[in-house]
Ligand binder design. Structure first.
Ligand SMILES: [Zn+2]
Length: 424
């Protein structure tokens, strides 16, 4: 009997022992603002258990020698729409494809993103009347497929004629089901928020103002009434579900922050009073610069995106100047691409754009790791490489502090303690 106990003990200790991994590297950017040279990160199962210098590594564990690499926390994209296909027509793709088709597209896109270093994403509603991205999220969480951690909202909640309504259809076609939940009045809003939570949303997404991409509405207009917004907040607050507000116009941004939104998406026409409100209330700004860059680089002549492209061209200098001002003032700015993930390497342009507009490379890395983890409410587990955190770790060969574009070339990805990719 005692021999059996000893044997079991030995097997168990061997298993625990064999699950230890040690990553060694030239430089560790841990996400807290610190840099450690010649670092060693010890991981047991899926958590980081110690961090020290390379020369002191314990013997016997599996060593992942990342030699000359720079190691960082896994990236977090706070705003992406993985159900979409950026090669298709934005106005009609979502109508031609079923929820199941979109789940397939989503799986492909999020796996691409994981390979490019994005170990967590937040989906602010997507192109589906169903909940395809939650099916993908749940399958990943069950271990059926590799993929990033997925958070977010099922849909974008919008007014009739707003950014979530299919405005380009004729009056006779107004029975067509649309992607967002279109609500008018406080009771419809209440029901929509309850439905979102019922079917798996851990965020509520509100289209407080008009949008760039939908036909017929104006991003400078506020769409929800104060009463509708207040009801959405009340309902979400009682369920402990945070709210993200899509807001372009200055008034929409301020109204959303005052109502208690945790993150403001886009924030295009920010004014000085808006900056003060961000600072006062601690809300996060997710400016989503990459989508504008992608519009202008690849879609200049697209009919489907004509409205978005003309607004982007007209206002980009003004939008960027205000964002630079907000960064300087100390507004908490996070990384969000607003892309579909079809071209996953392109997502890291968001880091480069933030540096172009005034962040240091270190600040930009933190915007896509620590700041986003705080905004997600997941800083206990994610966003930095520290003891007790989940082992979501990426590495690049060059030095991103010297050239932020290095983040477009992620060579190593670990999620939850498991090596997902290692291009040597
Ligand atoms: Zn979006």
């Amino acid at each position: 009997m005692s021999r059996l106990v000893t044997a079991i003990f030995l097997i168990l200790s061997f298993q625990a022992f064999s699950q230890k991994k040690i990553i060694t590297c030239k430089t560790l950017i841990d996400g807290t603002g610190k840099t450690i040279s010649d670092a060693a990160i010890v991981i047991e199962n899926n958590r980081i258990i110690s961090i020290g210098k390379k020369e002191k590594i314990p013997t016997g564990a599996t060593v992942i020698d990342l030699g000359e690499y720079t190691v960082m926390p896994g990236f977090i994209d706070m705003h992406c729409h993985p159900l979409g296909d950026s090669d298709d027509d934005y106005q009609t793709y979502h109508l031609k494809n079923s929820s199941a088709d979109k789940a397939m597209m989503c799986l492909k896109n999020v796996q691409g993103m994981l390979g490019a270093g994005w170990t967590s994403i937040r989906v602010p509603g997507d192109l589906d009347v169903g909940y395809a991205h939650f099916a993908v999220r749940d399958a990943i969480n069950k271990g059926m497929f590799e993929g990033p951690r997925i958070y977010g909202a099922g849909h974008w909640i919008s007014v009739t004629g707003g950014g979530g309504d299919l405005n380009f259809f004729s009056y006779e076609q107004n029975g067509v089901k649309v992607d967002g939940l279109v609500v008018d009045g406080v009771e419809e809003m209440r029901k929509a928020v309850r439905n979102e939570i019922k079917y798996g949303s851990d965020w509520i997404k509100l289209l407080v103002t008009g949008a760039f991409m939908t036909a017929g509405d104006n991003p400078q207009n506020v769409h929800f009434s104060k009463e509708e917004l207040a009801v959405a907040m009340d309902e979400a607050n009682r369920r402990d579900v945070p709210v993200m507000a899509h807001a372009h116009s200055a008034e929409g941004i301020k109204m959303s922050i005052r109502a208690g939104a945790r993150t403001i998406e886009h924030g295009s026409f920010l004014d000085d009073e808006g900056i003060d409100l961000f600072l006062k209330n601690g809300a996060y700004l997710i400016p989503t610069l990459t989508i504008g860059k992608w519009f202008l680089e690849f879609n200049e002549n697209s009919q489907a995106l004509a409205k978005a492209i003309s607004i982007t061209k007209q206002y980009r200098p003004q939008v960027e100047a205000m964002l630079s001002k907000a960064i300087k003032a100390g507004v908490k700015v996070g990384v969000g691409t607003d892309l579909t993930g079809t071209n996953s390497e392109y997502c890291a342009n968001e880091f480069s754009e933030l540096v172009r507009l005034g962040m240091t490379p270190m600040q930009a890395i933190q915007a896509g790791t620590k700041v986003n983890a705080e905004a997600l409410g997941k800083i206990k587990d994610l966003g930095t490489i520290e003891v007790d955190k989940l082992a979501d770790i990426v590495a690049v060969k060059g030095d991103p502090i010297k050239d932020i574009n290095e983040l477009k070339k992620v060579k190593f990805v670990m999620k939850d303690g498991k090596v997902i990719k290692w291009d040597k």
